[in-house]
Write a protein that binds this ligand. Structure first.
Ligand code: ATP
Ligand code: MG
Length: 553
């Protein structure tokens, strides 16, 4: 789980820790600061991997901090889900769990300090006017309130806090540089009025700090050494550093930016994911087609597979889109090691072994996982009445079809060689039963006389098989870039992303299948029990990933 590879973030930290560096002799301290307004997705997993992984690499600490400075849309449901997902990924913040709102009083104090130093002022431009007076590249911004006396700003700011003014009536702005080439430095807003209840502070506050003012203070209050964030904050770094330099915060964190993770065939913004949930395009945040961590978990993803993915995509300064197929590739590799091999028939047709005695049952011992002898063996039963996949029989075979057709022999995996003798059809001409004779000399699957059997097919014993529902997933979007340009991402949804198979027949041992165990259904892919809809009376399996690797190395 520890992150061994070097990356540009680690190189910068190495310099900081080296002799004469800014953080010489200090413990590396990072934080992961999610906004509790949605569930975590695979993009957050990358950030978690970088934040917690970097702390681990340096024997340091990583805090978990809810970035709840925005009052309206946050919810404790999300806070709990975020904690669960991070723990599931294998990371631990120990006792360092914080809320940005815990620092509201400190932030207010630092804002007053800035006003007193002549570095902030109360501005009465409306949001529209502020925008109009923002200037352009060669033209500075303006505010007629910039040079108002300190006493006046102190008084107005206190009255803003006391609730005397309605939303939008005034703001607190930093006094930095109206002509700056970086628009974030053109006297940015530090506080705005918002008469809204906060999920933790209730109605105590009606002014709320802007992210660019709040975040450096939160980091400094927690003695974060390295504040790792995504690239969109690069242009905000001068402001981050300005806040740290001009307030009496207790420490000096350093912000370092890295590229966001994008994956094709999916969307990653919480706003879009929320729309999919709220408008019923998916069954919930944990729909197995969602790129959320709870969705991936329900789909059968393992924390190991996700960490491996995050490690292999690396950390860079340039944004790029990773193939969804690569995420699947990482899962397949992991499940190949850990999943038990079992047999399940998804689209069953009866196979009757006509020369096998009626009422007889025999058992075969099979290895659970050839990669892991320690996982032991289990029994599967064989009788005259079996199920095979509908597609494993053709009455009139097409060229190169080597499975069952009249006169042909196949190996029933782990049991016997059987030879097809015909089939039974219903009044519509549909095959309802395939007939075959077994070779009693081929127990274990190989004929005694050494004759070659081209195909091996899977099967289950109809006398002991268990019914199941199986859900097969495809990409949620049929467009590789549903986020791109001015596309309506809803229009890009894949109408065939979920296929529900009822009446599947799975081997007896699967009646005790438990989430989160993974199973390889031979020839069909990796599956797990659905942790929401499955019950012992009605088993439901999700296909985590198909066997065939579509990732182009
Ligand atoms: P969204 O657009 O999904 O709402 P966000 O950045 O507003 O994303 P936050 O909850 O604020 O979501 O994110 C918490 C942390 O996770 C931030 O440090 C953010 O940079 C990081 N993060 C979010 N999305 C990604 C991503 N796609 N790749 C890497 N890191 C991400
Ligand atoms: Mg955010």
């Amino acid at each position: 789980m520890d992150e061994k590879t070097s990356n540009f973030i680690h190189e910068l930290i190495d310099e900081d820790l080296a002799e004469g560096g800014a953080y010489e002799g200090m413990k590396v301290h990072t934080r992961f600061p999610p906004e509790p307004n949605g569930y975590l997705h695979i993009g957050h997993a990358k950030a978690i991997f970088i934040d917690f992984g970097t702390a681990q690499k340096y024997g340091g600490l990583c805090n978990l901090r809810m970035d709840d400075t925005n009052p309206s849309k946050e919810d404790t449901e999300y806070v709990d889900a975020i904690k669960e997902d991070i723990r599931w990924l294998g990371y631990d913040w120990e006792d360092r769990f914080y809320y940005a709102s815990d620092y509201f009083e400190d932030m207010y104090g630092f804002a007053v300090e800035l006003i007193k130093k002549g570095l902030a002022y109360v501005c009465e431009l409306t949001p529209e006017q502020t925008k109009e007076m923002r200037g352009t590249v060669g033209v500075p911004a303006q505010s007629p309130y910039r040079d108002r006396p300190i006493e006046e700003s102190l008084d107005l700011f206190a009255r803003m806090r006391a609730g005397e003014f309605e939303n939008g009536r005034m703001t607190l702005r930093a006094k930095i540089d109206l002509a700056s080439g970086n628009f974030n430095m053109r006297d940015p807003v530090l506080y705005r009025i918002n008469h809204a209840s906060h999920h933790r502070t209730g109605d105590k506050w009606c002014i709320y700090p802007m992210y660019d003012f709040a975040h450096p203070i939160e980091d400094a209050m927690e003695h974060i050494t390295h504040s790792l964030c995504t690239l969109e904050f690069e242009d905000h770094r001068p402001l981050y550093e300005w806040v740290i330099a001009n307030t009496s915060v207790p420490s000096t964190p350093r912000q370092i930016e890295f590229a966001r993770l994008g994956i094709n065939y999916t969307v990653m913004s919480k706003r879009k994911l929320r729309k999919l949930v709220e408008e019923g395009y998916v069954s919930g945040w944990d729909d197995p087609r969602m790129p959320t961590l709870c969705g991936l978990r329900r789909r059968g993803y393992t924390p190991e597979a996700i960490r491996t993915f995050c490690e292999r995509i690396g950390v860079s300064k340039t944004a790029s889109t990773v193939e969804y197929a690569f995420l699947e590739h990482c899962l397949r590799e992991d499940l190949n090691e850990r999943a038990a091999r079992v047999m399940a028939v998804l689209e069953p047709v009866r196979l009757t072994i006509t020369n096998y005695p009626e009422g007889k049952t025999e058992t075969f011992l099979v290895e659970n996982n050839p990669n892991r002898p320690e996982d032991g063996e289990r029994e599967i039963t064989f009788s005259r009445n079996l199920y095979i996949e509908d597609e494993d029989f053709m009455e009139s075979p097409v060229p190169k079809y080597f499975r069952l057709f009249p006169g042909n022999e196949v190996r029933l995996k782990g049991a016997y060689v059987v030879k097809c003798t015909g089939c039974v059809k219903d009044e519509n001409g549909k095959v309802v039963e395939v007939l075959a004779e077994y070779d009693p000399e081929s127990r274990g699957g190989d004929p005694k006389d050494g004759r070659k059997i081209k195909s091996t097919i899977h099967w289950v014993d109809a006398d002991t098989a268990v019914d199941a529902e199986v859900r097969i997933y495809d990409n949620l979007f049929s467009d590789p870039d549903p986020d791109g340009g001015d596309k309506d991402f809803i229009e890009c949804l894949n109408p065939l992303s979920l296929q529900v198979l009822k009446g599947c027949k799975v081997e007896h041992s699967l009646k005790d299948a438990k989430f989160p165990n993974s199973y390889q259904f031979m020839r069909k892919g990796y599956f797990c029990v659905d942790n929401r809809d499955s019950s012992p009376e009605h088993l439901v399996f999700n296909r985590s990933v198909a066997l065939k690797d579509s990732f182009n190395k």
